[in-house]
Ligand binder design. Structure first.
Ligand SMILES: Nc1nc2c(ncn2[C@@H]2O[C@H](COP(=O)(O)OP(=O)(O)O)[C@@H](O)[C@H]2O)c(=O)[nH]1
Ligand SMILES: [Mg+2]
Length: 446
């Protein structure tokens, strides 16, 4: 059975010494940081408890919303890693609030023993692309804590010297970079740079120094990582800008390193750090441009629920809550509630959204409105979007004037268009219009 299943979860191997910051990174990227009781739940080695655990997961989230006691203590669930003693690289882990991600946690090569290296090598080989899609590994995040005396050990260099990970990309993560920023600041100030300027210059200076002194230790190896990210201040929510920026960069670089479109889609759906990734994926899916093209000669456009659902489904934080409030129990693949929250007010709001645009351009106006509303709703209730947030974001979109600006941008870009809308040039233009008119992180205080 598993052999014919398409992968529906993004699978990461995260490697790094104890305290490297691995769990903190996963929480930031996968939106689990607000859920203190959600320790990763370990499935059994073959994933036999998977279905049971997913149901349990959903029940746990629902109980949290309704205030009921957690059922976990009374039920027979697999034990979390800390009660199992040693880390087991084979044991898949999930955050109960986000079952679309599966990860495997490896302590790496702390003792530098060949045995540990062999364990990781075997794991990677056993998960290479020949096995069933459900079991495949999609990326390796190799995490180096930069607050330690030896940032890259000889044993860790051995990984990049001897392990060819084939089609599975490796991204090197240098975590706790705030430690190096602090040393860079001290150095800059000691060399006469004024206090405030030294604070501004420190991160860039720290990265430059690091790239000269440390990075070659892995980049010059036979199997260097595909890309590198520096993460700082992930431990402290006060630094939400650093956390969002770092997590977004990790997602973007991982996305760029993956060639398979289905796997890219899994990553877009599993991560909750990068709203712009969702925006691009929603436009590039072609839902808007194919619909517009079909309506080239139509007399009117009446958006149906499916059109909205097909756009909202690229925004995973909308997806989950829809499930919770709409169905209570059952499948997660239902966006109906959020789509109704958007479509309900449309009967009287539609003229405001589409103005005097022609039917195919009305598709653009409604489609981009849905995307911007889904994107902006993220900031109303980060990572946890309710139907009321969708309604509120739609009202804001109209009242703030963003709706009129989008209409004007659509008109000036496409009024003279020949009607061949489903092209990458068209999609690029639409992405640009959304990026110019949604509430990005940089426009908001977080
Ligand atoms: N200064 C600093 N501390 C961090 C950062 N990320 C994580 N930490 C802290 O490092 C410790 C270990 O983090 P954890 O994610 O549990 O590491 P793991 O053992 O690799 O999973 C925790 O106390 C975190 O708060 C960071 O970016 N900067
Ligand atoms: Mg951990």
């Amino acid at each position: 059975m598993p052999d014919i299943e398409a992968p529906d979860r993004f699978r990461v191997l995260i490697i790094g010494r104890a305290n490297a910051g691995k769990t903190t990174i996963l929480r930031a990227v996968y939106g689990a940081e607000e859920e203190p009781e959600e320790e990763p739940t370990v499935y059994d080695r073959k994933g036999f408890n998977k279905i049971k655990s997913l149901r349990l997961t959903l029940r746990t989230v629902r109980n949290k919303i309704t205030g009921h006691a957690s059922p976990t203590s009374a039920t027979n669930i697999p034990s979390p890693s800390h009660t199992r003693g040693l880390h087991d690289i084979e044991a898949p882990l999930v955050f109960p609030s986000n079952p679309r991600l599966v990860f495997h946690d490896s302590r790496g090569f702390e003792s530098g023993s060949d045995e540990e290296l062999e364990l990781v090598r075997n794991f990677i080989q056993s998960r290479a692309d020949k096995i069933a899609p459900m079991e495949q590994l999609h990326v390796i995040w190799y995490c180096f804590p930069t607050d330690s005396n030896r940032i890259i050990t000889a044993a860790e260099q051995e990984f990049f010297k001897t392990i060819d990970t084939g089609s599975v990309p490796v991204i090197a993560i240098f975590s706790k970079f705030d430690a190096l920023d602090a040393s860079a600041f001290v150095e800059l100030e000691a060399s006469g740079v004024p206090f405030e300027q030294a604070q501004i210059d420190a991160p860039e200076y720290a990265e430059k120094q690091f790239n000269l002194t440390h990075l070659p230790l892995i980049m010059d190896q036979p199997h260097p990582p595909r890309d590198v990210v520096y993460l700082r201040n992930f431990h402290d929510k006060k630094f939400c800008h650093d956390i969002r920026k770092g997590a977004s960069e990790l997602v973007e670089k991982t996305l760029a390193s993956i060639s398979n479109d289905d796997v890219k889609r899994l990553l877009v759906l599993s991560q909750r750090a990068n709203v712009e990734t969702c925006i691009k994926a929603a436009v590039e899916s072609g839902v808007i441009t194919t619909t517009a093209q079909k309506l080239r000669d139509a007399a009117s456009f009446d958006p149906d629920k499916k059109f909205i659902v097909d756009l909202f489904k690229w925004f995973p934080y909308v997806w989950d809550v829809t499930y919770e409030w709409e169905k209570g129990q059952g499948r997660m693949l239902d966006f109906g509630g959020a789509a109704y929250a958007f479509k309900g007010p449309l009967s009287c709001r539609l003229p405001l959204l589409v103005g005097t645009l022609s039917p195919p351009l009305q598709v653009f106006a409604v489609g981009l409105a849905a995307i911007i509303v889904a994107a902006n709703a993220f900031w109303l209730q980060p990572g946890n979007v309710y139907q009321s947030n969708i309604r509120e974001a739609l009202e804001q979109y109209i009242k703030s004037g963003a709706s009129s600006r989008v209409q004007e941008a659509i008109f000036s870009s496409f009024a003279e268009h020949d009607g061949t809308f489903n092209t990458s040039a068209c999609k690029d233009k639409l992405v640009q219009i959304v990026l110019n008119n949604h509430n990005s992180m940089s426009k908001l205080m977080c």
